[in-house]
Design a binder for this molecule. Structure first.
Ligand SMILES: Nc1ncnc2c1ncn2[C@@H]1O[C@H](COP(=O)(O)OP(=O)(O)O)[C@@H](O)[C@H]1O
Ligand SMILES: O=C(O)C1=C[C@@H](OP(=O)(O)O)[C@@H](O)[C@H](O)C1
Ligand SMILES: [Mg+2]
Length: 170
């Protein structure tokens, strides 16, 4: 069955450390389109993420994030969201009809790779990762139009596979 959804914006969702930022950037390069990372947009406008969580709270961060997502989704681009962006109902609604790629990874793979100090929700270590993932799993799976697992292969190989898949979709 062919997928009638437009390829762009091509959106990456999934848990922290799955590789949305790194893989998204590589896929954009391979497809020769622009790349937006909503966390980077928020940092550019409002400052470092841990400071936003600390001084304004998660709810304010989610509002900033909703705005960044809406801006990025208007572009013909690859767009990587932060792991919790899908918690906002307006963001879930905004994703309707778009091509949404879920990047999944196991807790073990993520524990070996991520810098928890930059992720305020993991400041007690990666033990919280599984709980947060379990809370969000159903949302990710409902929104995703395709899924790739990033646990075992290097970033370049996964990005290459996704770019090949995307070319086949275009
Ligand atoms: N497939 C992978 N194999 C090994 N390390 C990875 C892989 N994907 C991502 N990483 C590493 O994990 C960290 C988090 O990646 P990032 O793209 O920021 O994830 P996300 O945006 O989903 O939180 C980075 O240090 C990155 O180099
Ligand atoms: O899952 C989350 O709630 C978060 C994920 C982070 O982005 P990445 O998924 O790119 O790490 C960042 O938006 C913030 O620390 C909160
Ligand atoms: Mg990221």
């Amino acid at each position: 069955m062919t997928d009638a959804r437009p390829l762009y914006p091509l959106v990456f969702i999934g848990p922290m450390g799955a590789g949305k930022t790194r893989i998204g950037r590589r896929v954009a390069k391979a497809l020769d389109v622009r790349f937006f990372d909503t966390d980077k947009m928020i940092v550019a406008e409002h400052g470092p993420i841990p400071e936003i969580f600390e001084s304004r709270g998660e709810a304010v961060f989610r509002e900033f994030e909703k705005e960044a997502v809406a801006t990025a989704l208007a572009e013909r681009a690859v767009v990587s969201l932060g792991g919790g962006a899908v918690l906002h109902p307006q963001t879930r609604e905004a994703l309707t009809g778009h091509t949404v790629v879920l990047l999944n990874a196991t807790a073990e793979a993520v524990a070996a790779r991520i810098n928890t100090s930059k992720r305020p929700l993991l400041k007690n270590g990666t033990g919280d990762w599984q709980r947060i993932y379990d809370e969000r799993r159903a949302i990710y799976e409902e929104l995703a139009t395709t899924t790739f697992d990033t646990s075992t292969e290097p970033i370049e190989r996964i990005a290459g596979k996704i770019a090949t898949w995307a070319r086949g979709r275009a």
